[in-house]
Design a protein around this ligand. Structure first.
Ligand code: BGC
Length: 728
């Protein structure tokens, strides 16, 4: 109530210029010496530019890291204090600056902060509590750097695994993404976002970013409205339920309309239907792109008009102040009303009040942050990686390896920190990981740490797409009992990770084939942002571990799993394809999987969504439904038993899928409707109960409405199946 009063009082006092300024967000480079994108190093504030942006243009928000490299906490403190000092001491209304940052997997732009597995690895844990903890540590370390707003979590579902941003997502499923995102928002924001250890989150990229047809970033997507609503909205809706403060808009175009100019998505769906009251910020430069990339606006000024009319609150301009000039002109000439500005400015000011920025403009001053760079924080990274690393194959129980075995580690990824950290690490592309994380363990170090160093030999064999020396690897393989082959991808971010071939580069395949030729047993460890195709080698390799991008703080988990100190429990958050031209999600349509007259098996992925092995075994039984006839108001109550039938305690992700047998538009073969991660001691048996509101089984029909239709449904748990009838 008081906050709203404060907002209204402040708004009353504001000039149009000040309102436009609040809606303007620039990159830090804009107030530094040098050119934007090329500030002088070491970075230094340019007093004139600072004055121009903050006092003349009343800029309300600033983002990003100067000179594209992580700062220390102390440097951040200096940056934020300088900006707030200017805003508070030298402006009429003393409105603090809202600083935002890409804390994508930990506070990755602050030196010494804990780095976590990327979101795709977090998804593979299927552990909500871990997602909350990871976000809580990230919030703490970001706030310790003086920054109150993170551009995370990514709530896009990725429906095309070629897309270079799949590693930033929770994978292909809306329900899994929604649940994990909800947990992250709780971890970021807590009950009171002004708390010294909490930050505002930003759900991105609203809406429909994860399915470009070509797989290349920011290329056209054609998504029918019912598909958009059924597959892309729920993950955002779930995270909004717990109060997410802001969203970032999808940089792409859907059905020809760039989302930044799409009033239907940004106002009708987001505001009128979903009731979202927070701030909608554009993505990087996206209003300008309406003119110079998408060509839907003939001028830059018209691009601003379109975006504001569509529903944008804040423009991440980010490299100049042109947005403010154009918007001011539009208001003065009457094309945009001052009332329209008020709607957005109200949201922005409310966020600043909610964050406590008026009382505490430099948040790092309000806590002592003793846990920053602590063992406990880094430990959460290992724990996450332990539950994320996914054992995809383990023929004849090749794993775990005995520590006394002689092992050849081969493949460039064993020595690459970029392949552990992926993008958004120290710099945008994560390209400097090997320098900034010097001294941190790579995969080879981690293996040596767990096994006996003298039993480990190394030969690089090949780099990402360049053969270095296969002969050396072949020779060295002769003297060992086992080969650990480390392949995968380098770091990349956004369009810089575009590829035209999902197959793992042939040079790495050549190394794998040379190792297979030796006849020695092989464990393949994959460090990669997206599922690179390995079908030409997978059948000849005994065991496969997928590490995703576990980070240098999490890499130890891979070695511990390799040698059996940890029992793996990660499960795939996407379908791992077998062929580059057969990219299907687990929840495809029946027609996509029907084998017609002896044709090739259409749905035959390398590994299925939800797949992941353990060193123990679980046996499911007694699947029962409380009722076999249900109505839309009911809950579907399911029970079954699960027993750990092996000799080790282990964690299992219990997954419940439901199929709607017949519907007015093609139903999916199945959809994930509930899951939980549980731990069972060796020999332990438990009965589990789940309750799923029938309303959650609805789909979006041809009229774009959520609907339930009478008929039979099937429930799948592990290999078991049960059915019920829905009566209207
Ligand atoms: C990315 C966003 C990111 C923003 C700010 C954009 O290029 O798409 O995910 O938050 O930059 O750095």
């Amino acid at each position: 109530m008081t906050k709203n009063k404060n907002v209204e009082e402040l708004l009353q006092k504001m000039t149009i210029e000040e309102k436009v300024g609040q809606m303007t967000q620039v990159a830090l480079d804009v107030v530094l010496k040098g050119d934007p994108y090329e500030p002088t190093k070491p970075y230094a504030f340019d007093p004139e530019k600072l004055d121009n942006a903050i006092c003349k243009y009343h800029v309300g928000s600033i983002l990003n890291v100067p000179t594209s490299e992580a700062l220390t906490r102390q440097q951040w403190h200096y940056v934020i204090s300088t900006l707030q000092d200017k805003a508070i001491k030298s402006t009429r209304l003393k409105v603090p600056i809202l600083f935002g940052i890409d804390s994508i997997h930990g506070a990755s732009y602050t030196k010494e902060a804990a780095l976590f597995p990327h979101q795709i690895g977090l998804a593979a844990t299927w552990n909500r509590a871990l997602a909350e903890e990871v976000a809580a540590v990230t919030a703490y370390e970001t706030k310790a750097s003086g920054i109150p707003w993170v551009f995370s979590p990514v709530q896009d579902v990725c429906r095309n695994p070629v897309w270079a941003r799949i590693y930033e997502t929770f994978g292909e499923d809306s329900f899994l993404s929604g649940e994990m995102g909800k947990a992250m928002v709780k971890g970021f924001e807590g009950d009171d976002v002004s708390h010294p250890e909490k930050v505002a989150s930003c759900l991105k990229h609203f809406l429909g970013y994860g399915m470009p047809i070509s797989g290349k970033d920011r290329t056209p997507a054609w998504i029918p409205e019912n598909y958009l609503r059924e597959y892309f909205l729920p993950s955002f809706e779930a995270a909004m339920e717990v109060g997410a403060k802001t969203i970032m808009i999808n940089s792409g175009a859907i059905n020809g309309t760039p989302v930044h100019a799409n009033k239907h998505i940004l106002t009708t769906i987001l505001r009128d239907e979903m009731g979202f009251e927070g701030v909608a910020v554009t993505d990087w430069g996206d209003i300008k792109y309406l003119h110079n990339r998408y060509r839907v606006a003939a001028t830059q000024k018209d691009a601003v008009r379109m975006a504001i009319e569509a529903g944008v609150d804040m423009s991440m301009v980010p490299d100049d102040l042109s947005f403010a000039d154009h918007l001011l002109e539009l208001v003065k000439e009457g094309s945009i009303s001052e009332e329209r500005l008020d709607i957005s400015v109200r949201r922005i000011l409310k966020l600043k009040f909610d964050l406590g920025l008026f009382e505490n403009p430099v948040p790092s001053e309000s806590g002592d942050y003793k846990m920053f760079n602590s063992f406990e924080h880094k430990m959460w990274s290992s724990v996450t990686a332990m539950e994320s690393v996914t054992l995809l194959k383990n023929e004849n129980n090749t794993l775990p390896l005995a520590k006394g075995k002689k092992i050849l580690v081969t493949g460039w990824a064993a020595e690459s920190i970029r392949s552990l950290n992926g993008g958004w690490s120290n710099d945008w592309q994560g390209a400097t990981s090997d320098e900034f994380a010097k001294g941190k363990p790579n995969l080879l170090d981690a293996i040596k740490e767990v096994a006996d160093e003298e039993h480990i030999d190394f030969a690089i064999g090949s780099k990402y797409d360049e053969i270095v020396d296969l002969e050396e690897a072949i020779e060295k393989a002769k003297n060992v009992d086992h080969i650990v082959l480390c392949l995968g991808e380098d770091s990349y971010t956004e369009f810089m990770g575009n590829i035209s071939d999902l197959n793992l580069p042939q040079e790495q395949i050549a190394l794998a084939k040379a190792m297979i030729q030796t006849g020695k047993p092989i464990t393949l460890i994959l460090l990669e942002g997206r599922p690179r195709i390995i079908s030409t080698i997978a059948d000849d390799i005994e065991s496969i571990l997928l590490g995703y991008y576990p980070s240098h703080d999490g890499v130890g988990a891979i070695a511990e799993i390799l040698f059996g100190e940890i029992n793996p429990s990660g499960k795939l958050p996407y379908t791992y394809p077998r062929h580059a031209n057969a990219l299907m999600t687990y929840d495809h349509k029946h027609t996509e999987a029907v084998e017609l007259q002896g044709s090739e098996i259409p749905f035959n992925p390398q590994f299925e969504f939800g797949h992941g092995l353990s060193y123990t075994t679980f046996e499911y039984g007694n699947l029962m439904l409380e009722k076999n006839i249900l109505t839309p108001e009911d809950d579907l109550r399911i029970s079954f038993s699960i027993k750990n039938t092996g000799n080790l305690s282990g964690k299992e992700v219990v997954q419940i899928y439901v199929a709607d047998d017949y519907a007015s538009i093609e139903p999916s073969v199945k959809r994930l409707r509930a899951f939980d991660k549980i731990e069972l001691e060796a020999g332990e048996e438990r009965n589990l109960n789940f309750s799923i509101p029938i309303k959650q089984l609805a789909f979006v029909n041809a009229q774009n409405e959520w609907t339930l239709e009478a008929g039979t449904f099937r429930v799948f748990v592990d290999g078991m199946e049960a059915s019920f009838e829905l009566k209207m």
